[in-house]
Design a protein around this ligand. Structure first.
Ligand code: BEZ
Length: 210
């Protein structure tokens, strides 16, 4: 069954390049980005995993752990790790799950038979500290993901969890946000100071600190 926003991310045990894990124990109350890639030793995947390794300090700043998965076996992941470092310029610094029996990939609905073969498509799950799924993305095998977008969504989720605002189209961290419709303009002015009312339902305020 499809995993929907707000569902608890299913727990599982697996072998990874960092040793065996139980997912929820490994996550340990952090945010997580859990993403699948179709196969080891493939060009798009190599660039994506290299970029994730390069962004480790950005994930750390936000309290996010990254973890990847493919249906290839552990020995293959271990051999491929060197290439990821060579190509991306940063050694692999997060685990890759080996899923040769496809148990985890099937639980997370990462295998889409219409997409060519029995390997995983490019799925992304952003999971919060209470293990709730907060974002899902599915990309085809031929299109690499944008990891800056993944960081942007994490910034938006972390902001809107703490402050009664929403982020508008094409929002970037630091730019104006939308006051929650649940908040009166008077309360918004008291809390945020500057509030610009464009429509009764669309009120801007500079991005408050979380
Ligand atoms: C790649 O990562 O380059 C790739 C993997 C599977 C299908 C197409 C591209």
């Amino acid at each position: 069954m499809a995993i929907r926003l707000g569902d608890i991310a299913p727990d599982f045990s697996a072998e990874t390049t960092d040793g065996p894990i139980r997912f929820h124990d490994w996550k340990d109350g952090s945010w997580a980005v859990f993403f699948s890639h179709p196969a080891d030793f493939t060009p798009v995947c190599t660039t994506e995993l290299g970029r994730t390794a390069e962004l480790q300090s950005e994930f750390d700043k936000r309290g996010v752990k990254a973890i990847a998965i493919s249906v290839d076996p552990l020995e293959s992941h271990e051999k491929w790790a060197g290439d990821i470092g060579d190509v991306g310029g940063t050694d692999l610094n997060f685990p890759i799950i080996a899923d040769p029996d496809k148990a985890v990939s099937e639980t997370y609905d990462m295998i889409h038979p219409g997409e060519g073969d029995t390997s995983t498509v490019r799925s992304v799950f952003i999971i919060d500290p209470s293990n709730k799924v907060r974002l899902t993305l599915t990309y085809p095998k031929s299109v690499g993901r944008n990891f800056d977008e993944i960081l942007r969504v994490i910034d938006a989720l972390q902001l809107t969890d703490l402050v009664p605002v929403s982020t508008p189209v094409d929002w970037e961290p630091g730019s104006r946000v939308i006051v929650s419709p649940m908040m009166s303009t008077e309360d918004a002015q008291a809390r945020f100071g500057e509030v610009e009312e464009v429509k009764p339902y669309l009120r801007w305020t500079p991005q408050p600190s979380a």
